[in-house]
Write a protein that binds this ligand. Structure first.
Ligand code: ZN
Length: 638
């Protein structure tokens, strides 16, 4: 677990300030004192402000870079630091590693060159239309920029856009030749670039001088598990269709097992970064706050400071109200951690921080089933969870094999899905099945108890045969795979006959599902896939932390604990999809349901008003009615 540096993030704002050329009156109406007043009124504890922007302009007194034209002697970075520090607001300085368009225009030898020999992307509206090479003279330039910025009295550094891309510039080609990298192998080329990134990141940290390890450092784009970062900061504007509302959960469940200090960087934008004239509704911002609290994260809103006028009053007011709401809960949620029963097992990834679709499918399913989970990699502290679920990407390695065997010996249960059945088999934990091999069908089907419908798998992975376990779902063949013979297409592929194979088998301490059930779920949301997983979970983990059978699938729950309080969170609000964009305009109303929570708590209160709720203790559990809920409610369990 990486320890927090400085006060942990609670309430923050992240300002972009990328300025196109041609603003004649930059910072013209901006008064740092008024700006800091706005932040103080909005209850902001940390703010990220610009030292240098994507476009390549600096907003401080630089000797090496280009100040934005018209700034003259003004030093907005210093103005903002001084005004914020007077009000006890921490300041993180922003600069961008991968993008620096002014410097790029003057130094075309410092740019990445793609495989087909181009330095420019086709779309000049995409701000990544050219990117810097980390093997060029830019490297020393950037380290000097960090040295300059660290002369300021900052509390953190945010280094953005540390992208991982191929580069075939003369310098990278020369280096790859020296190291014997096969340049026709895309993975080898990217691996080499990742090595360059890790070396350069270590140099960035050294360039911080005596601020190293004393202030916060976040390098956006770097994997979570390669060191350098002081905290986890999850940038995930949920209203952007490609990220959506399923992006944050799985990353949060993973990074809270790695970092003590965690921040959910949502945004105020309705559209995207740089959306000056769009702001999400207040209800939508509240929803992001609830997601942050339920995952034991601080909340930050991304914003774009207007180049002339500064912080929009309307945005300041909405953010302020959200932060005020958080403050009311803070005694109960600050420094909290989630109480979990399930561990989802993945492998650490030194290249990227993003997670595959299967993990999102898993996060979604756990939420809908009201199961409390963390995501752990192979080095994670999963020994105390009751049940492990390994998704499609879990691979075999000897150390992990031993850990999983010890885990089961100590009473743990494991479900292997899809290709991870290989891991279960090689670990000796699936002796009750025969692994026939990879499944070559492009779709297959299954039947389970309760219906004779032959449900689609969508994503076949392994063929397994039950030997001495309990079959919970049967494998049904498809009639044909897709083929095109020049005359006809076998697009329509109906169900065939039952086979000797199984789709899901339950053993004493473990179970397995032959297909990539979580990947199939996030792409299709067939509820029978969830039912299939639920059957196995119910068998291996009969008693759950939270039982609320009448609560709708769209309602989310969480249990968090800090040194003073155990809190049960219920969130009824969820986005309505208008075309592809998830929108929250009004909160959702939930009728009262009965909830049973593991553990005997003497008293239950609605937070923050401390209104007592009638509760009773039954068989080691606490049972109460939630009452009708509009949006969100937190209960203190005493
Ligand atoms: Zn290069």
């Amino acid at each position: 677990m990486v320890k927090a540096v400085g006060k942990k993030f609670g309430r923050a704002i992240h300002y972009d300030f990328h300025t196109s050329p041609g603003i004649n009156n930059i910072f013209g109406n901006f008064d740092a004192e008024k700006f800091a007043d706005q932040l103080e009124k909005a209850h902001i504890e940390y703010v990220n402000v610009m030292a240098r922007c994507n476009m390549g302009f600096s907003y401080y007194n630089t000797k090496i870079g280009k100040k934005y034209p018209g700034l003259g002697d003004r030093d907005p970075l210093k103005e903002m630091i001084d005004a914020c520090h007077k009000r006890n607001i921490g300041v993180t300085a922003y600069t961008n590693i991968g993008l620096n368009h002014e410097i790029a225009a003057d130094n075309y030898g410092w740019l990445k060159i793609s495989k087909n020999g181009s330095i420019y992307g086709n779309n000049k509206k995409d701000n990544f239309f050219r990117v810097m090479c980390y093997n060029s003279g830019y490297r020393e330039y950037f380290l000097n920029e960090i040295r300059e910025i660290c002369e300021y009295d900052i509390d953190g550094l945010f280094l953005d856009c540390y992208t991982l891309r191929e580069c075939f510039c003369p310098k990278c080609v020369e280096e790859m030749r020296k190291k014997g990298v096969n340049m026709n192998d895309d993975f080898a080329v990217i691996s080499y670039q990742n090595d360059v990134r890790l070396e350069f990141a270590a140099e960035m940290k050294e360039a911080m001088g005596d601020k190293k390890d004393k202030i916060k450092l976040y390098i956006n784009g770097l994997s979570w598990t390669v060191g350098f970062q002081t905290h986890a900061e999850i940038e995930g504007l949920p209203t952007i269709p490609v990220l959506g509302y399923d992006y944050f959960d799985s990353l949060a469940a993973y990074t809270r097992t790695l970092y003590e200090d965690r921040l959910y960087m949502s945004g105020r934008f309705q559209n995207e970064w740089g959306d000056f004239g769009g702001s999400k509704t207040f209800a939508s911002m509240q929803n992001d706050l609830y997601d942050a609290m339920m995952n034991s994260f601080g909340i930050s809103f991304g914003d774009h400071l207007h180049p002339v006028d500064g912080f929009e009053n309307e945005v300041a007011s909405r953010v302020g109200k959200v932060m005020e709401e958080r403050m009311a809960y803070e005694p109960y949620i600050e420094n909290s951690d989630n109480i979990v029963e399930i561990g989802v097992l993945i492998h650490s990834n030194k290249f990227r921080r993003e997670m595959g679709p299967a993990l999102k499918g898993m996060a979604r399913m756990m939420k809908e089933l009201k199961l409390q989970y963390n995501v752990y990699d192979e080095n994670g502290a999963f020994d105390d969870v009751k049940l492990l679920i390994t998704e499609e990407s879990a691979r075999f390695d000897e150390k992990l094999e031993k850990r999983l065997n010890d885990y089961v010996k100590n009473g743990g249960k494991i479900i292997f899905t899809g290709a991870a059945v290989d891991l279960g088999k090689r670990s000796g934990l699936l002796d009750y099945i025969e692994l026939v091999g990879p499944d070559t069908r492009d779709n297959a089907y299954f039947t389970a108890e309760g219906s004779d419908m032959r449900w689609a798998m969508y994503s076949p992975s392994r063929v397994i045969k039950n030997v001495s376990g309990k079959e919970t779902a049967k494998y049904i063949d498809n009639v044909v795979n897709f083929t095109w013979d020049g005359r006809q297409s076998c697009y329509y592929r109906p169900q065939g006959e039952p086979t000797e194979y199984s789709a899901a088998v339950l053993g004493e301490n473990t179970a397995c599902i032959c297909f990539n059930v979580f990947g199939a779920y996030i792409n299709n949301f067939l509820v029978e896939h969830r039912d299939l997983v639920k059957t196995l979970i119910d068998a291996l983990l009969p008693e759950k932390l939270i039982e609320a059978p009448d609560m709708s699938k769209t309602t989310t729950t969480a249990l968090t604990k800090n040194e003073n309080a155990t809190v049960f969170h219920v969130k009824a609000t969820y986005p309505e999809f208008k075309m592809t964009r998830g929108i929250i305009e009004d909160h959702t109303y939930m009728k009262s349901v009965t909830v049973s929570i593991k553990g005997e708590y003497n008293e239950v209160y609605i937070l923050p008003e401390m209104k007592k709720v009638n509760s009773k203790q039954e068989n080691g559990r606490t049972v109460f009615e939630t009452g009708d809920i509009l949006g969100y409610r937190a209960f203190l369990l005493k």
